[in-house]
Design a protein around this ligand. Structure first.
Ligand code: UD1
Ligand code: MG
Length: 453
């Protein structure tokens, strides 16, 4: 897998292949497309982050460094040791071509099994400029000509090289080591493998595929185009699996979003990485979910935010402007309006009133809030963690709870209400006097400030 590109045109401090589509880095998409294979990755100098990311996904991936960028064949040979170890098939993948599908790779391998020593992916882009052209004779691939080296006649060919290549394992090294750099760019072109294989009396073929499969990413605009293609694939897969979406084109999914049966998603919902939605759940409009689990029959939103570690049990209701982070909400519990539940457990059937806040952060560390089953948290309460509310306990509205509340108890943590009979009437009279005095030019200010007892 070639990942040594600089990615200058991304105009970013992040290496190109660590940019993401569908919540997954480009290199991870490609690694998943070849899952099960022995992986060798060729990275550029100072690309430790790429190596680290790749090994986080495939711990056994071998890392090779291409210290000078002398062309695609030179990059492949940076991993010579891995190729020399022997394999049935060698696939040369580009880490910046994330939409390649396993089924397409299987076609390439099938061509090798059919007797070809080299197989490439051909496609017919609307605009072929910049791509290598596939020179065919009947069904045989004769050569690949890079645009700079192509004759006018060759440039007129609209069948282009997708970039990736499959080589039969027993011939790969012999072919690759013959590649020179006598061309317009002075680079070692992987594409020369085709003509070399032919010279050796071996067969080369091109498998035609759609442009999306081989869509490479060099710019942020291409990153966004690839995202759009991936989103439509993910939406189609979700619809196929039975998810109901009223306006699928407004729903953004991650490559790892998981849905149970009979899930409904209203328009304008965003799924970041790591979300599972179980059977029968409803996700209402304008909700944002990431790293969250939505249990069977739960309802989320509209305008809800589930952050990493949010685990909603069966039939939980999370309503508008409620944020849940690193918290387990057990079966049937409800937080229907305007709340923040972080670093907490909310027991089964508990009710979290509007405006409830778990004060989980003291400026230094995070602390947990534990709310028992069937507890009732009155509106606009602050639960200052660490704190425990026992099963079935009540917290009066507007309380600031700093001490544990025993099961079944009532906690009131607010100023006592005072009643002053007739006070409003007295206030209005005093103010009216003040205004009269002002008109007469008397001691207006003093009278105005006076409030009744
Ligand atoms: C390559 C093909 C071209 C094809 C096109 C499809 C060659 C010579 N040309 O051209 O026929 O139509 O892809 O997109 O292969 N890389 C390295 N080290 C290097 C050079 C490249 O790791 O020294 C990596 C790049 O990071 C990239 C991949 O190899 O992932 C392809 O290189 P790139 O420069 O994009 O090749 P193209 O000119 O696009
Ligand atoms: Mg390219």
């Amino acid at each position: 897998m070639l990942a040594a590109g600089e990615g200058t045109r991304m105009r970013s401090a992040t290496p190109k292949v660590l940019h993401a589509i569908g919540g997954r880095t480009l290199v991870e998409h490609v690694l998943r497309a070849v899952s099960g294979a022995d992986i060798a990755i060729v990275v550029g100098p100072d690309h430790g982050a790429v190596a680290k990311m790749a090994q986080a996904i495939v711990p056994k991936a071998q890392i090779f460094e291409q210290s000078k960028r002398l062309g695609t064949a030179h990059a492949v040979l940076a991993a010579k040791k891995a190729i020399a170890r022997g394999a049935d098939d060698i696939l040369v993948m580009f880490a910046d071509t994330p939409l390649i599908r396993p089924a397409t790779l299987a076609q390439l391998r099938a061509a090798l099994a059919d007797g070809a020593s080299v197989a490439v992916l051909g496609f017919r882009p609307a605009d072929p400029s910049g791509y290598g052209r596939l020179v065919m004779r009947g069904s045989d691939l004769i050569a690949i000509r890079e645009e700079r080296d192509a004759s006018a006649e060759e440039r007129a060919i609209d069948f282009c090289n997708g970039g990736l290549m499959a080589l039969s394992g027993d011939r790969a090294l012999a072919i690759l080591e013959r590649i020179g750099n006598a061309n317009a760019k002075g680079e070692y072109y992987l594409t020369d493998a085709v003509a070399i294989a032919r010279d050796m009396g071996l067969k080369a073929v091109a498998i035609e595929t759609g442009e999306d499969d081989v869509r490479g990413i060099n710019t942020k605009a291409q990153l966004a185009q690839a995202e759009a293609v991936l989103q439509s694939r993910l939406r189609a897969a979700a619809l196929d699996a039975g998810v109901t979406m009223i306006a699928p084109e407004t729903v953004f999914l991650s490559a790892d979003t998981k849905f149970g049966s009979d899930v409904t998603i209203e328009p304008n919902v965003v799924f970041g990485p790591g979300v599972t939605v179980e059977d029968g759940a409803l996700i209402r409009s304008f909700s944002h979910l990431e790293g969250a689990n939505v249990g069977k029959g739960a309802r989320v939103g509209p305008f809800a935010r589930l952050r990493p570690g949010a685990k909603l049990g069966k039939d939980v209701h999370i309503g508008n402007f409620v944020e849940i982070k690193e918290a387990t909400i057990e079966a049937g519990a409800k937080a229907n309006h305007l709340a923040y539940i972080g670093d907490a457990r909310v027991g089964a059937g508990a009710n979290i009133g509007a405006g409830t806040i778990t004060c989980n952060y003291d400026g230094v560390a995070k602390h947990r809030t534990d709310i028992g089953a069937g507890a009732f948290i009155g509106s606009n309460s602050s639960l200052v963690a660490p704190v425990k509310i026992g099963d079935g306990a009540y917290v009066g509205s507007g309380s600031v709870v700093t001490k544990d509340v025993p099961a079944g108890a009532l906690a009131l943590g607010r100023a006592k209400q005072a009643i002053k009979e007739g006070w409003a009437k007295r206030l209005r009279q005093t103010k009216a006097l003040g205004t009269k005095a002002a008109r007469k030019g008397g001691k207006a200010l003093a009278a105005k400030k006076k409030t009744p007892k």
